[in-house]
Design a protein around this ligand. Sequence first.
Ligand code: HEC
Ligand code: HEC
Length: 304
Amino acid sequence: MKTTLVLISSLLAVTGTGIGQERDYQLELPDTPGEAPRFTPPPDSAIPDNQFGEMVRRGRDLFINTQQLRGKYVGNDLNCVNCHVDAGRRADSAPLWAAYTMYPAYRGKNDRVNTMEERIQGCFRYSMNGKPPPSGSEELTAILTYHYWLAKGAPTGVALAGRGYPKLDSPDKTPAIRRGQQVYQAQCTICHADDGQGRKAEGEHIFPPLWGEDSFNWGAGMHRINTAANFIHANMPLGKPYSLSEQEAWDVAAYINSHERPQDPRNDGDLKTTDQTFHNHQCYYGDKINDAVLGSQAYPNPFE
Ligand code: HEC
Ligand code: HEC
């Protein structure tokens, strides 16, 4: 029975229900053309020794150790660098240099043209389960300045190779939570632990939590099975990118996103409406998995 339920819900999640399709506000980044130009960001050693350079360094520091803003703008245990690996430099890990030159841009998520600042604020609200630092604040300016610095010399408005996470083809088999659990236990627990809570040293996470109260919320891009599969295939296990088969990446993405996490901050109390309005994509929000509807026991957002 359980297996049937899991199968049905994963099928539903993967094929979509067709209801309210036009209201799925979480569209992915557009595809980068195959012949896209390559770009190498300037080295840290080239950051100038002046006030501008100080701002770049401050932004880099906030990006790597975002926990400095815990309680002020950050509501979970993550740092920006956890999903934008190598301080936002690594190609295929949504690098900042490939992002900076592509804004302002239309975003389906909120159905209007967004500035770079707003895009960064979005990651604070959802991926960091936080409260976005206001435009003009020292924190946002520093992070923005770091993005700008990494993109120095890149052409404006040209999609660069390595932007976002490389998109996998649709899997041969519907992603399965059970198969994903096996991949997880073999490949991921050494760092992220059996319970997905990561590992700490001296009270600080050295390996980040993948679900639960201290991870990204139900509004973050990473809760989509396809986005997580893309990220995982190109970046995990850490140090062994592209070592999982594509099917393994899809399955393990299904597994990590089949657990409860902090609530989607757009939820106004009605799970069904939130699900239909914002979650018509590949995810388990609103689906019954292991006897519980995901999202119904979501952790409250500390700032909402
Ligand atoms: C839990 C993972 C996660 C964390 C933590 C995270 N992000 Fe993101 N970020 C994403 C995902 C997923 C995308 C969308 C990539 C895609 O859809 O391919 C994204 C996209 C972005 C983009 C746009 C990239 C582009 O090419 O358009 C920027 C800029 C960004 N994030 C900045 C930040 C900043 C700044 C922080 C910290 C405050 C942060 N992110 C924290 C997952 C994360
Ligand atoms: C060798 C240790 C290690 C292994 C093994 C590993 N990871 Fe990670 N993982 C990390 C680290 C460290 C980060 C944060 C990256 C950074 O900050 O540079 C991370 C980040 C992540 C993230 C984004 C951040 C978050 O908290 O959601 C996901 C998702 C993830 N890993 C999934 C996996 C999966 C799935 C596997 C198994 C296939 C795996 N990882 C194996 C160390 C590891």
